[in-house]
Each structure stands twice: as C-alpha cells, then as structure tokens.
Design a protein around this ligand. Structure first.
Ligand code: AMP
Length: 472
C-alpha cells in the first residue's frame, strides 16, 4: 500500500498555510485537494504551485474544520428521498464537512479512513450511506446482519443506534444495539426478530458470537468507530477477533479522533485502497469556542467552580476531572451548595450512568462532572460550558474535551482552571491550537503566583523555516 500521509491546510483570516515541512524529504508527492469551497480549493492549489518541491500524496482532502458549510445541501450528496426526509426531520439544513467528504465516497463503496471526533457529525457520515446501501439491496424474508458498527462504549453505541433509527425511519432497515453490563435477554429477543445493522461494543458481541446467537458471515459493511479510544481501552485483541470473523471483502470504514501509528497500522490491515477524509484539525474547535484560562491554585479550584456556576450564565456545564474519586466528590459538594450536579465515570453502574446522562440531557441536572473516558462519547447538543477543572495533560485531550460544547457548528464556552503545576500543559495546548486562551481580567481566587508570560506559539516552525531556506 502507498504511504498515506495527511497534509494539513490551515485556513485562518482568509489565508491558507500548508503544513509541509514533514514532507520535505525529496519524496515525490501527488496531491489531491477536495474542498467544499471552490475558492478555497483554488487558493490551496496556488499555494502548492508556489512551493518548489514536488509532493506525492495519494488522496489528501483539504481540511475544512467542523463548521457547517452552508453552500452544500444534502440532496447534492445523492442520498435517497427517505433519508432526505428523515434528515429534514432532524432539523439539519446542511451537511457537515465530514459528511460532505465521506457520504459520496461511502456510497461508491470506497473504504474510508476518517479523522473525526464526536461532534463533527461523523455518525451520520457513515450511518446514512450504510442505510442507503443496505436499503438498495434488501434480502427476501427475515433480515440478517449485513452491517456491523463497533463502538468502544455503551453510551456511544446507544447514540449510534438512536441515529440509525432516526435516519432510517422511512426505510425498512432495522438495527439492534448490543452492549454489556445489562441482561442479554432483551438483546437476544431483538436479534431473533431479524436485524440488518448491529451496533455493538466488542465484549458483548464476542460473547453472543461464542454462544452461537450472532453470526458475522454475511456482514457486508463494517465500521470501526473511535478506533483510538478502542485501543486506549484495551480492545485491540477483540477487534482482531472480530476482523477474523467478518468476510474478507467487507466494505470497511475506520473513524478515529487521532491517528497515531498504531491506528494507521490497523488501518493498513483492515482497509483496501482507502480514501482518507479528515476534519477537525486540532485548531478548528477554537473557532467557535471561547476558551479562557483561570490561574487558580488547587485548593481554590472548587470555590472558583462554585462561584462561576452561581454567578455566570451557565445553563448546562460539563466539568472534567482527572480521577473518578474527585468527580464523585465534586458532584456531591456542588449538590450540597444547591447546584444540581451528578457524576459519570467508569466505576458507576450502567443504571447510574444512564440516570446521570438522562438528567443532564433533559435539564434536571445542571452540572455533570466527568472523567475523560466516561465523557468522550457524550452527545448532548446544548452544553453551554465545558470546564476543565484539571487541565488535560495531553493537548489532544483538551481538543476532545472542549469539543463537547459547540456541537455541529454551534458556539460554546470553555473554562480552564490552571494551577502552578499545570502551567506547562497550558503551553502545550496553546501551541497545539496555535492560539492564546483568553485570560479573564477579574475573577476571585486568582493565584498569588504571577500569571506566566504569553506562550511563544510556534518555536518549532521557526526552526523548520530556517531548515527550509537552507535546502533551497
Ligand atoms: P456526531 O459527531 O455524529 O456525534 O454528531 C454530533 C451532533 O451533531 C449530533 O447531535 C447530531 O445529531 C448533530 N448533527 C449531525 N449532522 C448534523 C448536521 N448536518 N447538521 C446539524 N446537526 C448535525
């Protein structure tokens, strides 16, 4: 397989900057630019022509960020009427960039390697083509599983299941969602009725396969969703087992928020001649999210949180904490101060997690305190604030976290509490997103240690451009 690399085109203030240095090794590149905006495509193309090196790139798709592009309409993506009607009922006016890129390719039966996180609209990007492809070729008699979507968590699996039901409401396509932690009987009963699409977490799926209740022999389309998180959660062996059980010639799509080497290796094994689609570069969420940093020491963080929740115009806040224990405690302490809060983390029972999510979704709970693993799949549209009580120690996680607000093109607010020890994390985040977080002028519990000077945003890039000059 050819060496696939992503070439990032960063668009800011009408200017296109290409992130080329890593390709400056004399390799011949071939670049394909696919953009939803013609002018953008031309700009990028001009920019590339100005670069003296030649580049080889099998399929590069220009990054258009997560913002809904209001120049494209769903019917331009060649979707069938029953889907268009369902989309209209969902209130979507325009496809999101990942949908613009992935839907036509998936409908053509292409394998896809997608870089996209929750919030980008990626579920519809694979769910709509799956429904359309299956509906075009329905078997006579009782349906049997023809598509499998693997998801790392029960929450995400349930959300994907709901999406399939919503988008497929005017088709005959039926799905079942399979996950552990609950009785398998209702799932068995659903399976017996005959289903076209299986949405599953790996453990329970393999259990039911072992018991002879599920058979993957006739799977035609396979989606591995949130692949990086699957690996984080230790599912690699389960994934390998599933891969052995599905037919070799499956139409396969892999989506992941990040693309570390391990995922690319997995993709290499799973995908045949894939197209790479990509949205949500690390810098894009900040375009619609106002993100501020509060310099506050650890012992004052709770007081600052309670103060902001009482005085700011916060209607639905997701608070991130590093540990399960502190998530629990913080939710309890907030409730004692009459701020209705609950927590969600890996130690909670399935029922407890569902109750917390339901309450948060329907507005009974104002504040949901979460750990990263528990929160990443949360799909709630109207979160007004994401509060990073603990700064994330990986800059990419920061992007995932704040992506819980400003869903599908809306705007949102992120607050980051940064104590003295976390100041280096702030530097990492600001360098990743290539921007400075807002520093509010006045707030209580401000740290007595003077605020650090502004982060130098791009020290590496300076060195790179020097290197580039030397080469020429
Ligand atoms: P996802 O990234 O698949 O988790 O989707 C994030 C949220 O965006 C979900 O609540 C979807 O219902 C919503 N969504 C997906 N596509 C669109 C669209 N084209 N326009 C508006 N909202 C969308």
């Amino acid at each position: 397989m050819k060496d696939l690399k992503t070439l990032k085109a960063i668009v800011k203030d009408g200017k296109v900057t290409l992130d080329l240095p890593e390709f400056l090794d004399g390799t011949k590149l071939e670049i394909k630019i696919i953009s939803t905006e013609k002018s953008l495509q031309e700009q990028i193309s001009d920019q590339i022509k100005r670069e003296p090196e030649e580049y080889y790139q099998p399929e590069t798709i220009a990054d258009t960020g997560t913002l809904i592009d209001n120049t494209v309409l769903f019917h331009q993506l060649k979707l069938i009427n029953p889907l268009l009607e369902a989309i209209e009922e969902q209130g979507y006016n325009h496809p999101s960039p990942i949908q613009v890129q992935a839907i036509p390719l998936a409908l053509e039966g292409r394998d896809i390697l997608g870089t996209a996180q929750t919030g980008s609209g990626k579920t519809a990007a694979f769910a709509l083509p799956i429904i359309q492809l299956l509906a075009a070729n329905e078997p006579k008699g009782k349906p049997y599983p023809r598509a499998l979507i693997l998801s790392p968590t029960r929450e995400l699996a349930s959300q994907i299941g709901e999406s399939i039901a919503n988008y497929g409401v005017y088709t005959e396509i039926r799905h079942v969602t399979i996950y552990g932690g609950v009785s398998q009987r209702p799932q068995e009963r659903e399976l017996k009725k005959g289903k076209d699409v299986l949405v599953a977490t790996p453990g329970r799926l393999l259990d039911l396969i072992d018991q002879g209740i599920i058979n993957l022999d006739r799977i035609e389309i396979f989606v591995l969703d949130e692949a990086d998180r699957m690996l984080d959660m230790g599912f690699i062996h389960d994934i390998r087992k599933v891969l052995k059980l599905i037919p070799n010639n499956c139409h396969t799509m892999l989506f992941s928020a990040t693309m570390p080497k391990q995922i690319l290796e997995l993709a290499n094994k799973m995908l045949v001649d894939p197209v790479r689609v990509s949205v949500d570069p690390p810098s894009s969420p900040v375009e619609t999210i106002d993100s501020s940093v509060f310099f506050v020491e650890k012992s004052d963080k709770f007081n600052l949180l309670a103060h902001l929740l009482k005085t700011d115009n916060i209607t639905k806040a997701l608070v991130f904490m590093r540990t399960k224990h502190s998530a629990n405690n913080t939710a309890k302490k907030l409730t004692r101060q009459n701020i209705i809060a609950d927590s969600i983390h890996g130690n909670k029972s399935q029922n407890g997690r569902e109750r917390a999510l339901r309450g948060f979704k329907n507005g009974e709970i104002k504040v949901l305190v979460a750990t990263d693993i528990a929160a990443r799949g949360i799909d709630i549209d109207d979160i007004t604030h994401v509060i990073n009580y603990d700064m994330s120690n990986e800059a990419e996680i920061y992007v995932h976290r704040i992506g819980r607000t400003a869903r599908a093109g809306k705007s949102g607010i992120a607050y980051n509490f940064c104590d003295e020890k976390e100041r280096s994390y702030l530097v990492d985040v600001e360098r990743l997103i290539q921007d400075h977080l807002i520093r509010p002028k006045k707030y209580p519990y401000v740290s007595k240690i003077p605020a650090p000077s502004l982060t130098e945003l791009n020290p590496q890039r300076k060195t790179r451009s020097k290197k580039k000059k030397r080469r020429r």
